[in-house]
Write a protein that binds this ligand. Structure first.
Ligand code: SF4
Length: 439
């Protein structure tokens, strides 16, 4: 029995796909082992959004060969689709598979025999037009369920459409089936994941279903306690979705909505499909119906043409906005995108300074959000990570709660009252022994 191991870089989507490729290997009789257990095969799932994707890939290949010098090294993922030739030249790499090929990996490579030169199986991205169902499993208390892939937008900084192809989705029937399978395995929380999740519903180039319809059907899956939506574009976060989540017991009061810039000039250059006023309106709608809803924001600083005034517009916009945390990214050039050709390049120093300012703002926002929740009662779903005798769980509205480790609590939901923030910035809580809400 050949031994295989996996390494994932990047986003939740990659985690769900690695997990699915792992199950394909296991179904075909391979043994899944740890990275250091001298595997015969390594599968490294790469990301193109990560800075220094090339460097990271080389480092992991080197690391793998240290543990298992004769192992067969396979590279898949977004970076493999974008740069198959370059990756095939990394010393130690035996095979590179593109987006259309990665799920056929076991069939394509069959014997996993090393050849003189690395094999490259990467079709043009236009051929990655089928949807492959994926979910992560066995790695975490929650599961990332891929419902959509690819993107038809053309944001001027983004390389994802080139790495993942056009927007396409699973059918609602299939997603509900997957959710039931996941529930049967005992997982209580599902995070709906996609490249442009809110664009769910395109099959074979035609819109046949909508994200709102998906949410309504998933809400009926009884054994899943919690659904979260990983990230949704503001222009796709319609009032009907917000209203549905507000009355649902299963969809959590938590949204992650990319803003990218609070300056309309920059949003236009970024080719985003909304202006800041729409974003502010979405936040107001959410807070109107769910005052304690957690709202996370993605923001890019130092985009070409972003003046100090534009940045301060973003800063002030976010400062005034009732959001709970920020994910801040200093702009980073990507090949084959429009942005690097635009005038007004911002120095690395300024990109980093602006990012630092927003990260400090994020800490302030998060603290304020946590403090608003002190004294309130929530259900906390505890996870299996333990550090220094402390375990953590999450409230419905994504407040991270610390508790003394108790193995019985793992994957259990407890009703608690939030009491205070500890020195590590984690919320402390006391159990209220109230019956957890039944869904
Ligand atoms: S919406 Fe824009 S940023 Fe997001 S994946 Fe599509 S092109 Fe990239």
């Amino acid at each position: 029995m050949k031994k295989v191991t996996f390494y994932t870089l990047g986003c939740k989507l990659n985690y769900s796909e690695t997990s699915t490729i792992g199950r394909i290997f296991q179904e075909r009789g391979f043994e899944k082992v740890e990275f250091t257990d001298t595997p015969d095969i390594y599968v490294i799932n790469t990301c193109s959004v990560t800075d220094n994707a090339d460097k990271k890939c080389r480092k992991i290949v080197k690391e793998a060969l240290k543990h298992s010098p004769n192992a067969f090294i396979t590279i898949v993922g977004c970076y493999a689709q974008l740069k198959p030739k370059e990756i095939s030249e990394i010393p130690g790499v035996d095979a590179v598979l593109g987006a259309a090929e990665k799920f056929q990996l076991v069939d394509i490579l069959e014997t996993f025999e090393k050849k003189d030169k690395a094999e490259v199986h990467a079709s043009p991205i236009s051929e990655a037009n089928t949807f492959h169902n994926s979910y992560s499993f066995g790695d975490r208390t929650r599961t990332f369920l891929k419902v959509q892939d690819g993107c038809d937008y053309s944001c001027s900084f983004c390389t994802i459409p080139l790495a993942r192809g056009n927007s396409r989705s699973d059918s609602i029937i299939n997603v509900v089936r997957s959710a039931n399978e996941i529930a049967a395995s005992g997982v209580k929380e599902i995070v709906l994941t996609g490249v442009n999740t809110g664009d769910f519903g395109i099959q074979d180039g035609q819109r046949v279903e909508t994200f709102y319809e998906l949410v309504q059907e998933l809400d009926k899956v009884e054994r899943i306690e919690r659904f979260r939506i990983s990230s949704i574009e503001p222009n796709l976060l319609k009032d009907e979705i917000i209203a549905f989540v507000a009355q649902s017991n299963r969809f959590m009061p938590h949204f992650h909505v990319p803003l990218q810039s609070g300056s309309n000039n920059i949003l236009k250059l970024m080719r985003r499909r909304y202006q800041r006023e729409l974003y502010a309106d979405r936040v107001a709608s959410i807070k109107d119906l769910m005052p304690h809803c957690c709202i996370g924001v993605d923001v890019i600083v130092g985009f070409p043409g972003e003046t100090e005034e534009d940045f301060l517009e973003t800063y002030n916009f976010l400062n005034d906005l009732d959001v709970s945390y920020l994910h801040v990214f200093p702009y980073s050039e990507r090949e084959n995108t429009l942005a690097p050709e635009m005038p007004g390049k911002v120095s690395t120093k300024d990109r980093n300074r602006r990012a630092d300012m927003l990260r400090i703002l994020s800490e302030k926002k998060k603290r304020a959000f946590y403090e608003q929740n002190i004294g309130r009662e929530f259900n906390v779903l505890f996870e299996d990570d333990v550090k220094d005798g402390v375990m953590e769980g999450w409230t419905e509205n994504y407040v991270r709660v610390a508790a003394k480790y108790d193995p019985v609590l793992v994957n259990e939901t407890k009703h608690v009252r939030l009491t205070q923030l500890n020195a590590a910035g984690l919320m402390e809580a006391e159990e209220t022994y109230q019956e957890v809400l039944k869904h």
